[in-house]
Design a protein around this ligand. Structure first.
Ligand code: 5CU
Length: 360
């Protein structure tokens, strides 16, 4: 990659060591299983819960999932100057508030320290204790205040589609949205559960249907619910970054507008057309193909789209040393195909520097 702006990866995860210990200590999904060979398997996806004791479930993982030195190696290998790292799914969703609140604080402290010691190469999206509990919203608000006042490398928070257990249109989230709007922190909206899993049929297709379809459908549904509930009219300055190029939203924006226009009751609740709210959001470029990327850049303009890799997911299967990751090469090739070498500089890094203030 040749670029005058730094190359920035805004979609790149880590299971922090403290979180790995938590997953290793669990006997239920989500968990990390240690096989008799000593190899570890990560078991996190919805369907895998049905087979929690089957050691062929989940996927093999190595230190690239939790070791920051490996993240740096990956960045160096692929010419990535800066990464904005985030805890990988399912975050703290499975804990009670009593465990989630101190864990969020410790993980945010850990990630801040990692970034502060990275010589300017790492920034982060923090984590909130987003769980189903009547005190969770106020606890999240306190964590947002702590992030803003104490953790300068944390530029946003990662948010799952369940929010406080009832989706992103849950009015109980209003204090959290209000605090996030006031803080200026970016919300990185990321799927985990999948939508439509029940229609994937009995045949085993491994992780293909939940990851290729369920994840983007989940992002799509959760953001449309958020829009239709008027969250963005109540909090118009919320900053939102959508994973996987917005799921299927850029493709479906016109159909959404049309359905709302034909439903006066819903239309009367909103100040704008759905596509107009979508145009105010940011999107990653993790869509692996120029057609998908083109839909996104044409909907929102290339200034709101940012390169990402989804590392450490989707590692090379042959595991040869030094092998390039397809998730990097397909995504950067799509940027080049849509915007050209020079035109792609914003997407490859300039936009992230500007939008997340990575030069400060
Ligand atoms: O492969 C996967 O399961 C995942 C995942 O869980 N989270 C993610 O961000 N990408 C892929």
């Amino acid at each position: 990659m040749t670029s005058k702006s730094p190359v920035v990866d805004i979609h790149t995860h880590v299971y922090l060591p403290r979180y790995m210990d938590l997953l290793r200590s669990r006997s239920e999904v989500p968990r990390v299983l240690t096989l008799p060979s000593g190899d570890e398997r990560l078991v996190i996806l919805a369907d895998e819960a049905k087979h929690a004791s089957d050691t062929s479930q989940g996927r093999p993982i190595g230190s690239e999932y939790y070791d920051i030195a490996k993240k740096m190696e990956f960045m160096d290998q692929h010419g990535i100057d800066i990464s904005v790292i985030s805890l990988a799914n399912p975050w703290l969703d499975f804990l009670g508030l009593g465990q989630a609140a101190p864990m969020a604080r410790m993980l945010n402290t850990d990630i801040e320290k990692i970034c502060a010691e990275s010589d300017g190469r790492l920034f982060a999206f923090g984590v909130l204790p987003l769980v189903e509990d009547s005190l969770a919203a106020s606890t999240c608000v306190k964590e947002i205040e702590t992030i803003t006042s104490t953790f300068p490398h944390i530029r946003g928070i990662i948010l799952g589609s369940r929010g406080l257990g009832h989706g992103l249109d849950d009015p109980a989230l209003d204090p959290v949205y209000s605090a996030l709007e006031a803080s200026g922190l970016m919300i990185f909206l990321h799927p985990h559960y999948g939508t439509g899993n029940e229609s994937f049929g009995p045949r085993s297709n491994g992780h293909v249907l939940p990851l290729a379809l369920g994840f983007p459908f989940e992002t799509t549904t959760s953001i449309v619910r958020l829009i239709l509930s008027g969250v963005l009219d109540r909090f118009p300055n919320l900053r939102i970054l959508l994973a996987h190029s917005g799921g299927t939203l850029p493709f479906l924006a016109g159909r959404l507008d049309s359905c709302v226009a034909h439903d006066p009751q819903v239309a009367s609740r909103l100040k704008l057309k759905p596509s107009e709210y979508l145009m105010k959001m940011c999107y990653d470029a993790v869509v692996y193909h120029e057609v998908g990327l083109k839909a996104t850049t044409e909907l929102v303009g290339e200034g709101r789209v940012m390169f990402g890799t989804d590392h450490p997911f989707f590692p090379p299967l042959k595991g040869k040393d030094g092998e390039e990751w397809m998730s990097v090469t397909t995504n950067s090739a799509a940027v080049k195909a849509v915007l050209g070498e020079e035109g792609g500089e914003g997407v490859m890094g300039g936009n992230a520097v500007r939008i997340l203030g990575l030069d400060r």
